[in-house]
Design a protein around this ligand. Structure first.
Ligand code: B12
Ligand code: SF4
Length: 514
């Protein structure tokens, strides 16, 4: 069969700071290809809807498979599915991905028959079986693990057996030079591990994978890296190098092969402090950027997000990251009840530190605990506003003032890292990019004001709403994690970490919850 794999368009964030390759969709595409299908892939972050419909009209795919990792992309995907079904009534339209897994039933209902199936969980695990059912007997679709259709639901999704078995179909992605993050331009993405053993209340990374944690073997990683032409590498792991041995083994394999790249990764402060030697080693290998999810600069905030780390540890981690001489970015979560004073404190603090600070707005997402404890308070069920750059919970300040303060804060922070200031400190790098015809980074430096604007953000709330998500049945004070999981929790055996690391994870969990 002809299978067209589609990644939806950019969200606010991707319009400035980065554009990254759709790694999950490439894995799904590769699984389909290995099962004998003819596969094409289009990424609407880098191409247009017109480009998409050109492929639909000319190639007439039998299956169109949309990837939905972000809730804010739901309306775009539903509309594309409807238009596609009008053009190709016989086609099978499938949606999968992180967010799709948590709002599967809603997706099907919004689709009004245009979406044939939402496949929950890891796509590469079930796509071959699903495609076989589509080709041979569409009724058998409801027997596929993770499949949800208007006619019924298959058994629970299954994990892919071994992460080593499949490498992403990188060759299917066109316009590879469009992918970048900051000065890593162009940039490819890679996965070293999957899942997270912690359980922060605002996050759905752990509920998707049932708190499991699995690793890709160093040999496979190096094989994949050798195939990548781009000099920049974004490591997609939720928390990099939890397992120090794995980090060292990958690093040593890279050093043996003499691979020279520059890397971006995300981790936790306590993991950085615990595994300092790994990060120092990676600095020598080309680690250039590190993102630490600090989330709050007060103990109460950290407790509220169940980050299971103390403020002192986070600050210590920042000191250490600075000493490595790499660019460090941190995230803070702005609470809708912040007033002008609170924003001012945050601005002041951020100006005192050298790090890049990213501010996101506290948002209860389906699949998180806060969705069950806070969703009744939400003021809008418009998917497009669920991008953590909009306020969906009631704000203490009038909404327009909240956005003014938010954007003012982001502006102050960005002055440090965008515009002339940034160009001055990166002149050599920027010139090098331009000489190679890479313009993503330089363009990024001036885009801020056209994207982040309190009036535009406020006006997004007034847009007519076509699709709204369903709220959970009743607010709960404590949520049984079992009802949150997409993949069942495999427990200790599902975490590919040694005893010492397992104890460390458990200690942080016990310590901060006490
Ligand atoms: C890397 C990453 C990013 C990267 C790039 C993502 C990209 N280009 O796809 C960047 C930094 C850009 C990013 C940004 C954001 N992210 Co992000 N991101 C992730 C992260 C850590 C890993 C995603 C990943 O690549 N995983 C590895 C691949 C292999 O897995 P995958 O993509 O999920 O694909 C698998 C399945 O989902 C499924 N699948 C995927 N597509 C399809 C398609 C079909 C047809 C099928 C059947 C299956 C299927 O099968 C795949 C293979 O198993 C996830 C957390 C997580 N663990 O998933 C958060 C996550 C997806 N991000 C999240 C958020 C909130 C954001 C931001 C909005 C906020 C922010 N400021 O960071 C922005 C906005 C992004 C945008 N589009 O503009 C949330 C999503 C919340 C939501 N429900 O919408 C997540 C879950 C993190 C969290 N805290 O909960 N993100
Ligand atoms: S440590 Fe990071 S990935 Fe893990 S649950 Fe917390 S926020 Fe999510």
């Amino acid at each position: 069969m002809k299978v067209l794999a589609v990644h939806p368009g950019p969200l606010m964030y991707t319009k400035i700071y980065l554009r990254l390759e759709p790694l999950g969709l490439e894995l799904v595409a590769q699984a389909a290809r290995q099962a004998g299908h003819d596969v094409q892939l289009i990424d609407l972050q880098a191409e247009t809807h017109a480009d998409y419909f050109k492929i639909v009209d000319r190639w007439k795919p039998d299956v169109v498979a949309f990837s939905c990792n972000y809730l804010a992309n739901v309306p775009e995907i539903v509309d594309l599915a409807k238009l596609t079904k009008e053009k190709l009534p016989q086609s099978f339209i499938l949606v999968g991905g992180h967010s799709a897994s948590f709002v599967a039933q809603d997706f099907l209902e919004h689709g009004e028959g245009a979406i044939d199936c939402v496949l929950k969980g890891e796509g590469e695990a079930a796509v071959p079986q699903l495609l076989l059912a589509i080709a041979q007997d569409r009724k058998a679709v409801t027997k596929v693990p993770g499949a949800v259709t208007l006619d019924g639901e298959g058994p629970a999704p299954r994990f892919v057996e071994r992460l080593d078995d499949l490498r992403p179909a990188r060759d299917l992605l066109r316009h590879r030079r469009k992918y970048f993050i900051g000065v890593l331009d162009p940039c490819a993405s890679i996965e070293f591990t999957r899942g997270c053993p912690w359980d922060c209340s605002f996050c759905s990374a752990w509920t998707f994978y049932g708190r499991s944690y699995r690793t890709v073997s160093p040999d496979k990683i190096v094989e994949d890296l050798e195939r990548i032409e781009q000099p920049g590498i974004f490591i997609v792991d939720d928390v990099a190098f939890i397992q120090s041995k794995h980090g060292f083994d990958i690093g040593e394999a890279i050093a043996r092969k003499g691979i020279k790249k520059q890397y971006y990764l995300e981790t936790r402060g306590d993991v950085l402090l615990r595994n300092k030697e790994v990060f120092t080693f990676w600095k020598q290998l080309g680690l250039r950027y590190m993102f630490i999810g600090v989330e709050a600069i007060d103990e109460a905030g950290l407790k509220q997000h169940r980050k299971r780390i103390t403020l002192g540890k986070n600050f210590e981690a920042l000191e250490y990251a600075r000493s490595l001489g790499i660019t460090v970015a941190i995230n803070l979560i702005a609470d809708p009840d912040w007033d002008r004073k609170r924003f001012a404190v945050i601005r002041e603090w951020c100006l005192e530190i050298p790090e890049i600070v990213n501010i996101s707005v506290n948002t209860p997402y389906p699949g998180t605990e806060t969705w069950h404890t806070e969703s009744r308070k939400v003021e809008t069920r418009d998917y497009r506003l669920y991008d953590i750059q909009h306020a969906v919970l009631p704000t203490k300040l009038p909404l327009h003032e909240f956005y003014e303060e938010l954007v003012k804060t982001q502006q102050v922070l960005n002055q440090k890292h965008l515009g002339w200031e940034a160009l001055r400190s990166t002149t050599r790098i920027a010139a090098g990019h331009l000489l190679r015809g890479q313009t993503n980074f330089v363009k990024m430096l001036w885009k801020f004001n056209s994207v982040y604007n309190p009036k535009l953000q406020l006006s997004d709330h007034a847009k007519p709403i076509k699709y709204q998500m369903t709220l959970p049945p009743a607010p709960q004070e404590t949520v049984n994690p079992k009802i949150l999981y997409i993949h069942h929790a495999p427990g200790r055996q599902g975490r590919a970490i040694d005893d010492v690391t397992e104890r460390f994870v458990e200690e942080t969990r016990m310590g901060a919850s006490a």
